[in-house]
Design a protein around this ligand. Structure first.
Ligand code: FAD
Ligand code: SF4
Length: 338
């Protein structure tokens, strides 16, 4: 059995106290919410904080508030199970409810939070291993080493953004609220991420993500599709988030964001733009899916082969758009039915 190392555990009751504890303890401290990602990582010595600031007891971080008219805010400490089942989220942001409900397993969704999911560590076959395994191959630059074992000549780490909810939040045009020693700020979800496997978050280490801020739904439709080996639980090796707003039959706004194809979620901007002004017919969907596969450039450092994951981008974008349009899962199924 791999054991957790010893650490000090602090239990703030307010966001203000949590910010203060993090600021006072500096680089020795890390925030922990549900701990479903951080504790396994600490057991494998991927993170070695001496102090954990546990925000599980901070009541103001929990819950879903708001209305369809003004939009909703989801407290960062809200569990994924709550997000997946919340009637207003299911009704107005089905892509987000789907993504939250597909994270890991029921037990982990009962503990894991939306804030933790948005900030979850990037992943790589050479990194998500025990200390002994990593030591045997000489470590890599994400922890304890100095080269990248996937791309040895590369000056950067290519570990993969593996959050299910991040691409959905981005596609919905959601913002996040960050609170730190210098005050608070609200930024678009996409500004939270950097395309770097080590420094994958643009926030300061002592800033706490307190809320996910969802815009008013205003008729927006959304869907999320996830590729993984085991349907019961597994990290995504491809996530496709689609959000579309229609004016009658015509697309007024569209955003397609891909997860697990880079160190950050990546928007398929040309594909999104190509949908605007169009009707969601099979032909338009197929052409959009083809365009969306362009920015999908997975590397060979997670499950399944990277050419397969790229190929599946086209398939999943088409399926997600067909779901939004109320069409059968594929044109072939449609032909068989009609
Ligand atoms: C077996 C297994 C399968 C999994 N499968 C999936 C999966 O399919 N999809 C997926 O997305 N994840 C998966 N996970 C990872 C994890 O369970 C989820 O991402 C979960 O949502 C993390 O939330 P948490 O509250 O437990 O985060 P923690 O483990 O508490 O924290 C994760 C990271 O986020 C930081 N953090 C947490 N809350 C905040 C905050 N409010 N502000 C700033 N930083 C914060 C922490 O410091 C830490 O760096 C899996 C984990 C395991 C063990
Ligand atoms: S991409 Fe390279 S540096 Fe990053 S975790 Fe994998 S092997 Fe390590």
């Amino acid at each position: 059995m791999i054991r957790l190392p010893a650490f000090e555990y602090l239990t703030p009751r307010t966001v203000g106290d949590a910010v203060k504890y993090l600021a006072d303890r500096g680089a020795d401290a890390m925030l922990v919410a549900g701990g479903t990602d951080l504790y396994p990582n600490m057991k494998r010595r991927q993170f070695e904080p001496k102090i954990l600031v546990g925000v599980g007891g901070v009541a103001e971080l929990r819950g879903v508030r708001g209305s369809a008219r003004d939009g909703f805010t989801v407290g960062a400490g809200t569990t994924l199970s709550t997000v997946a089942r919340h009637p207003e989220i299911v009704r107005h942001y089905p892509g987000l409810a789907t993504a939250a409900g597909l994270v890991s397993s029921p037990q982990l969704r009962n503990m894991g939070t939306i804030g933790g999911n948005l900030c979850v560590d990037t992943r790589c076959n050479y990194y998500n291993q025990s200390f002994a395994w990593r030591k045997a191959i000489g470590f890599c630059m994400k922890k304890d080493g100095d080269i990248c074992l996937v791309a040895p000549g590369s000056p950067r780490c290519w570990a993969v953004s593996s959050s299910d909810t991040a691409p959905v939040a981005w596609s919905l045009g959601a913002n996040v609220r960050l609170v730190g020693p210098a005050g608070e700020r609200v930024i678009p979800t996409e500004a939270l991420y950097r395309d770097d496997g080590i420094q994958y978050l643009a926030k300061q280490p002592n800033e706490i993500l307190t809320e996910l801020i969802l815009p008013p739904p205003e008729g927006r439709r959304s869907a999320y599709m996830k590729l993984r080996r085991r349907g019961s639980f597994d990290f995504p090796v491809l996530g496709v988030a689609v959000s579309v707003r229609l004016d009658g039959d015509t697309v007024r706004e569209a955003r397609i964001v891909l997860g697990a194809v880079a160190s950050t979620p990546r928007e398929a901007t040309k594909a999104s733009a190509s949908l605007v002004g169009q009707r969601l017919t099979s032909a338009v969907i197929d052409a959009t899916a083809e365009l969306a596969a362009g920015p999908s450039k997975p590397l060979d450092n997670t499950d399944f082969t990277h050419p397969y994951r790229k190929k599946m981008t086209r398939v999943f974008v088409a399926r997600a758009l067909r779901r939004i349009a109320g069409l059968a899962a594929s044109a072939r199924v449609e032909e068989e039915v009609t």
